[in-house]
Ligand binder design. Structure first.
Ligand SMILES: [Zn+2]
Ligand SMILES: [Zn+2]
Length: 202
């Protein structure tokens, strides 16, 4: 499903049969109601064939596989930054970096006016920016629950620990309603009203 060497996910495509996409090609993520162990996310991704297709991703594939960790054998605690038990060299490397204060994914929470560590399962909407090779991402803050929109590099999304020093932030608190949020998200992405914020975690 997730391939750590190419940092890509494998999905079915009606044209190509199978396709690989990076996380930054995801467009929408939504946790399916009911499925808890493991939690399953319905995603829509922008395929190389030009269309958007639906796919399913488990919580482990989304948040832990990019770190070389298996959902079944690990427990990752956001508050203590501890992973246990650990599996594999990649997992050990990730644990070392997390222990040293680095976080694989971060974003800037606009309502709280501070950077926050996050996992990809907190991403709700993604879209390519009009200019440059950047991607807009709507993130639901795991601490305050509010949605912020950041403008980041593709690597910031696709590669764990490849955090941008600075990200663009929309100065706007987004509504909770999913359908309305998509319209708002698109409007803000095109307005180019982004403010730069530093992402360094304390
Ligand atoms: Zn396709
Ligand atoms: Zn927050």
């Amino acid at each position: 499903m997730y391939d750590a060497l190419t940092t890509s996910y494998t999905f079915a495509c009606p044209v190509h049969g199978e396709t690989r996409v990076h996380l930054s090609r995801f467009r929408r993520l939504q946790q399916l109601p009911g499925a808890e162990h493991p939690a399953v996310y319905r995603v829509e991704f922008a395929c190389g064939c030009g269309a958007e297709h639906p796919g399913l991703v488990t919580h482990g594939d989304l948040d832990l596989a990019p770190l070389g960790l298996q959902a079944e054998t690990t427990f990752l605690n956001l508050m203590t930054s501890r992973i246990e038990p650990l599996a594999g060299e990649l997992g050990n490397l990730a644990a070392t970096r997390i222990g040293a204060g680095e976080w694989p994914w971060t974003f800037f929470c606009w309502p709280e006016d501070r950077p926050r560590p996050v996992f990809p399962s907190a991403f709700t909407l993604l879209a390519p920016a009009e200019r440059g090779d950047r991607v807009g991402v709507a993130v639901r803050c795991p601490v305050c629950g509010k949605v912020s929109v950041n403008l980041v590099s593709r690597a910031h999304v696709d590669v764990p620990f490849a955090n941008d020093d600075e990200v663009g932030v929309v100065e706007h608190v987004f509504v909770d309603d999913a359908a309305a949020a998509i319209d708002e998200f698109r409007a803000e992405l095109h307005s180019a009203a982004f403010d730069a914020r530093r992402l360094a975690l304390e």
